[in-house]
Design a protein around this ligand. Sequence first.
Ligand code: GLN
Length: 295
Amino acid sequence: MSTRLSNSQPLPKTEPTSIASQVAEARLRLAAVGIESAGLEARLLIGHLLCMDGAGMIAHGDRALSVEQVAAIRNLIGQRAAGRPIAYLLGGREFWSLPLRVDERCLIPRPETELLVERALERLPDRRARAIDLGTGSGAIILALVAERPQLEGWGSDASADALAVAADNAKRLDLTVHWFRGHWLEAVAQRPLFDTIVSNPPYVDPSDPHLEHGDLRFEPRAALVAGGGGLNDLATIAGQSRACLRPGGWLLLEHGHNQGPAVRTLLKQQGFLKVSSHRDPAGHERVTEGGCPG
Ligand code: GLN
């Protein structure tokens, strides 16, 4: 087998086809491209391929792998070294303790988006309620809400049929019920009954933001990340459409960029929302802004 490493790290001196040396080789290769948790990622990726957990890989560290297995490992590690997000390579990401499947058809759920779930749970009425997640992607937000509130009537919409397929698959595997609609924001559901809560993590990154050229963002669907108007266009559209689709006393909750809090508060106030406030994520950034519909 003549697969070559693309960098010049020396190979470990043990049997190169053992699990332990493949992990060591992978760790060096990932560390060489600046991946911080190179050892952890090497174990996760190799464990994923071999269907083994960390303890199993340690216990069987000297087990020899086949030529095909070594080639598959080097290919997977090569993809990670080239920047492909680990969530896509593993095919999953945990969000709100739910094991979600994700791939290139949807955004990778972020830990800071759990703040949106927390705030929505705070605002949902105790009675049987109806909530919709706009631009649902993997379904992360609405699936978390339905998992927390089994009585909730959950709806999710997305303009991307691909993303909706991921969301519907996640719902099925988690045995959670959500009504899925294809369309831009509230267009698909405008003639429907009113909602108690509207949540959204829409695209809000400015197209000229240099972060788009770094890390996972390079591989995620651009349409799920980027919005015109300095990143505010979709937030403004949703704010504009939501009043007509909310029950009196209902709530709109939006995730946004770390410096967009003031602009989003203004958007909600312009639309007549009351009790408008922003909430900080664990990093201390204003990340979610919410407003109530006049009762
Ligand atoms: N929070 C994402 C980021 O890392 C962006 C997600 C979005 O645009 N909704 O920038």
